[in-house]
Structure formats: structure tokens, C-alpha cells
Design a protein around this ligand. Sequence first.
Ligand code: UQ1
Length: 446
Amino acid sequence: MALFSPTRSIISAQFIRQSRNFATVSPVTGVNRNHKIVVVGGGSAGLAISHQLLRQGKFSQDDIAVVDPASWHHYQPGWTLVGGGLKTKESLRKPLSSLIDPKLRFYNTGVDGFSPDDNFITLRNGEKINYDHLVVVPGIIVDSSSVRGLSDALSNPDSFVSSTYHYDNCDKVFGTIQKLRKGRAIFTQPAGIIKCAGAPQKIMWLALDHWKRAGLYDVKNPSTSAINITFATGLPTMFGVPKYSAKLEELRIERCVDGLFQHDLIAIDGNTATFARPDGKAQVTKKFDLLHVVPKNRPHDFIKSSVIANDAGFVDVNEDTLRHQRYHNIWSAGDASNLPTSKTVAAITGQAPVLVRNLLSTIEGRDPKTTYDGYTSCPLLTEYGKVILAEFKYGGVPKETFGRWLSIDQAVPRRAFYYMKKDFFPWVYGKYMVKGTWGGPKGWIN
Ligand code: UQ1
């Protein structure tokens, strides 16, 4: 890395200058901790960013702190595989403390508030933590209370209502798929922003394949099938990127899945699902025998209520540099940020190195020059053994890794992509990405 001069004394001098710049603005009393960089969040963004920073070799013991109240770190992209009976949920989690390098200071607690004008955060236990730079990556909340009746239905072991979006529930999904012998199966996706917008239909395609193999669903003749399948989405199309949406719509029609577009699930009452419609249209109710629900996602209250959030509650960063629009020592990425791209682990592989490079440049007194192009990806399971590897950047423009080398079309479902999704990505994530040495399509880094 040529970003820093090689000697530590020069680095320290730079940090001191930087701290003075920020800390002399308004001295704070009662602050009892100091770190050069504080990272709020120990999810995929928090671990990738804090370890990429540490690997620059420019930071000493406890220069960087990570704050997160969680006991466990989850590989959430794997929860669809749990829903499809392909993995156990326990195999996808590790104690968070075991993933944090001992050179980082770990505060295993939540954040109560931000004081960006005075460069400190307040922890839930009242402790104040001073920083030179703050990285805000706490993720987003999957909000079961967004659908009336959902929490009770999910926790009832006899109901056929489940969700791959919750750790507690993702292992209920496959049981409901296996137990259903006839009737209507509805898979929902809410209106609004959710993490991994392709996931609500991945589990549907696996369930369809399962019922097809069990002789309960005849793709050629759905009217005589024991089971019929509906995709009820709050959105107007199958997917946000036209190229992949066209392919998924083709699959939906070919496989005779009913499409209810702009149908936003708001309530569950026994075996009845109620959907809101846009433009003042009357609500729609549907009876179901199996319901897979994706609840709405919403920003954490401690972000939404803070001055670092935009009106929608997302951390308001520049979409190219990932630096806060107003506070130039605050950075964000991932699900908590306002970056107008799909919220996935793949997106973090693009965002983390840009954030790290720009933060280090800023410490050195230079303008952030590295830009993020919006790269994200959605490995879309279309059946057992096949995946469409959607990869795209800002504006929904495809940016396909293998298309470039092998001139293949990644909208075609392929077996190789299935094994990447099921085996390679979880492996490379756990072994390299959380340690800061995986750069997604760029391969191994640092
Ligand atoms: C990736 O790196 C990654 O994380 C480990 C994923 O996990 C969920 C992905 O889905 C994708 C697409 C990538 C990108 C990497 C390549 C080689 C395309």
C-alpha cells in the first residue's frame, strides 16, 4: 500500500494532526475512550472493513474499535439454502467475538447515540467513545411487526407460515414445503427496500422444484396439479434489473406461477392473507395453505433518529466515495447506508475496499478519489442445481464477471453458479472475507 509513508512516527503525526482538527472543534467532557477509527457493526461490512483497515499494517493495538451488541455473526445469504433443506442454520453462524482480531478493541454492546459535531458516540451503557473517523455499518432490521399477525404465525410450530429472513425461522421453511400435499402456496415480497431483493423468489423456485419432483406440481399442467403457486410482490416486476427481470418473468410464465404484482402483504389472519394495493385500490384477500413471508426492512431507530441519517433513515453518504455528505470523518456502507444499489454481501465486496482506501486518503489529508460503481450481485436459485448469477452496478446495468472472460450470458441458469452459491461463497466468506482478504470479483486482496 502506497497510501501511507512507511514509518509509524509519520503516521502517528498524521493522526495527531487529524485528531486535533476534529477534537479541538468542541472539547467534550466525560469522554473516557479514544480510538482512531470506530466501526459500528460487526456484520459482513463491519468485519470486512475493520480487518481490511487493520491489514494495512498502519494501526496499533486498539487503534480500531468495533461496536456490536450481537453474540453471533451469521452468514445470512445461506438462509435460503436452509429454507431449501440444503444446510443447517447452525453451520452458518459463529460467535462474533471469535471473528474479531485481538488487535481490534471489541465493545460487545449497542449504540445509544451519535454526536458527530464532537466526534464521539455514546454506548448503551453510557460510555462515550471518541474517534477520529467513524464507520457506520450496523445493517438493517427485518421487521416482523410490519405484517399484522406475522409474529404469532411464525412462532406457531403448526402453522404453514414461515420466513427465510429470520434466523429463528429459516429452519421452519423446509418442513412446511415437505408437509404440504395440496392447496395454494403463496410467496411474498414487500414493497420498499429489503436486503437481497431476489431472495423472496429463490425459496419459491426451490419449493416449486421440490413439489415437481414429489409429483405434486406439473409445470405443463398446473390446473390439474395438487399444489398451485403464487408470487405476490409489492413491486411491479419480478426484479429491479430489466435484463434479469425479463428472464425471471419468462420462467414465471413457463412454470405457470401466478403473479400478483403491486400486492403488499399487510396482515395474516388464520389462512387468509391481506394485501394492500397502490393508488387507493381496494385491499385484496387470498386464502393460503402455505405462506412464505418476507417482512419489510427498516433502519435501526438509533440511526434513523440521528443527524447522520437522511429522511428515509439511511446513513447519508456520497454514492461514489461512501463518505458522509456533511461529516467528512464519517463513512457508511452496506444495508444501513443510502447507497442506491441492492443490499448484499457481494455489494460489500465492492464497497469495503473503496471505503478503506478513501478513509486512509482522508487521514493523509488527501481528497477521497476512489469510486464505487454500485457493484452488487444476486445469485438467484431457479431450481435445485441451477442459479442465475445476476451481477450489476448503479442504474441496473449488468456487470458480469464471467461474461467478460468467458463470453457467457449469466442470465441463463447454470450448474456452476449453483455450486458457487451453495459451496464456494460460504467458504470464501468464512475463511477470507471476514478477515479482510476477499475482494469478490477481484479475487483475493490484501
Ligand atoms: C461474492 O464475493 C460473495 O461473497 C463471498 C457472494 O456471496 C454472497 C456473492 O454472491 C458474489 C456474487 C460474490 C462475487 C464474487 C464473484 C467471484 C463473482
